[in-house]
Design a protein around this ligand. Structure first.
Ligand SMILES: Cc1ncc(COP(=O)(O)O)c(C=O)c1O
Length: 374
């Protein structure tokens, strides 16, 4: 059934860019005038500002979150024969980092309410080969850091935070990014803090790790044409540093706007059969995504689409069931909580500029779906 109402895109980046256009134009023009295209002063300034934002001693700009995660694994000496415990319910890049260094991702199931790693299952998966725990703050919600850190301390394992979706999220009042030994962020355009292209960052309080990350990012070199080890070209582009420097100033304001949107969703959808996302106690999600759950997810998605409302599925196929990881030997049924979430999850439109009328329209279409289905 098709009803009348405004269309609501799943995401509209143009609105944000239009509002910032004069500032972005000036920042981009400065980069063009200076020809500082690879790293350069704007990247250095952004690194300082983002480190301060996270309350961290060091931040290094990367050309993607994926490359920052790769370097994180190298910094911790993870290599062939090692195991890294991680989540099967995330974007694939989390696991790429482990695979790139020849190690094995060891998956454990997630918590049913937060979609994040279940610490008890992490503890049970530790073996003598375990070299690190790579946890994701999925959809912007910090994972159970106290429990994970206690397990890591007990077994002398480093914790790496994949904070690609969680810029500005807080755990017991403290911004994520320094709970683990290393944290990695993505500035993919659709993220809460997005570049005008690709970008990422590696954040740490450890000066030695930061120094090596800086070298690995730039061809394994700290002095031009002298290479201490085989490195990578993982530099952040100057243009992205300039753009991110402008945008970082607005991040808190955007996080607040997101929170307002989700509060409206919470109120308007409370009486539907949807399972709504919830913040764990002591946690302030960055609300990267507003992901609801229902067994008739696919029909709901179709109905929303037919009525001009965008939505997305994050993620339809867990990593342990992906073709690329068939050799790991996992099978359907290994992680029931993850597999159920993958069947039921649906992310509704969420961006800071979403209007009250648009949120109301989304909620109205959801209500209509269930009325029609009843
Ligand atoms: C959880 C997670 N990890 C890693 C990445 C990889 O980041 P990027 O796309 O910047 O390489 C992303 C984003 O795409 C992500 O959502």
């Amino acid at each position: 059934m098709k009803t009348v109402g405004p269309t609501v895109p799943y995401l509209d980046l143009k609105l944000q860019l239009r509002a910032l256009r004069p500032e972005l134009d000036a920042a981009i023009a400065r980069t063009l005038d200076n020809c500082t295209f690879c790293l350069g002063p704007d990247v250095v300034q952004f690194e300082k500002d983002f480190a301060q934002y996270c309350g961290a001693a060091h931040c290094l700009g990367f050309n993607s979150g994926t490359s920052a995660l790769h370097v994180a694994m190298l910094l911790l000496g993870v290599g062939p024969g090692d195991e890294v415990i991680t989540t099967p319910y995330t974007f694939a890049a989390t696991s790429w980092a482990i695979s790139y260094v020849g190690a094995k991702p060891v998956y454990v199931d997630i918590d049913d309410t937060t979609f994040n790693l279940d610490p008890q299952k992490v503890a049970a998966a530790i073996t003598p080969r375990t070299k690190a725990v790579l946890a994701v703050h999925l959809y912007g919600q910090p994972c159970d850091l106290d429990a994970l850190l206690a397990i890591c301390r007990k077994h002398n394992l480093p914790l790496v935070e994949d904070a690609a979706q969680a810029h500005g999220a807080k755990y017991h009042g403290k911004t994520v990014g320094t709970f683990g030994v290393i944290s990695c962020f993505s500035f993919y355009p659709a993220k809460n803090l997005g570049a005008c292209g690709e970008g990422g960052a590696l954040v740490t309080n450890d000066a030695a790790l930061a120094a090596r990350a800086k070298s690995l990012r730039e061809h394994g070199s700290s002095q031009r044409y002298h290479h201490d080890e085989v490195g990578f070209n993982y530099r952040m582009e100057g243009l992205q540093g300039a753009v991110l420097g402008v945008k970082l100033k607005y991040l808190n304001q955007w996080l607040q706007a997101r929170r307002q949107v989700i509060q409206r969703y919470h109120t308007l959808l409370a009486d539907t059969p949807l399972r709504l996302p919830a913040e764990a106690p002591g946690v302030e999600s960055a609300w990267h995504l507003y992901t609801v759950r229902h067994p008739r997810r696919d029909a709901l998605k179709q109905y929303l689409e037919a009525n001009g409302v965008g939505s997305a599925v994050h993620y339809p196929l867990p990593l342990h069931l992906q073709k690329c990881y068939a050799s790991l030997g996992y099978k359907t049924g290994d992680f029931p909580v993850t597999e159920q979430a993958a069947k039921e999850c649906l992310s509704l439109p969420l961006f800071p500029e979403l209007t009250q009328a648009q949120v109301e329209r989304v909620a109205a279409v959801v209500h209509e779906f269930f009325q029609t289905a009843a």
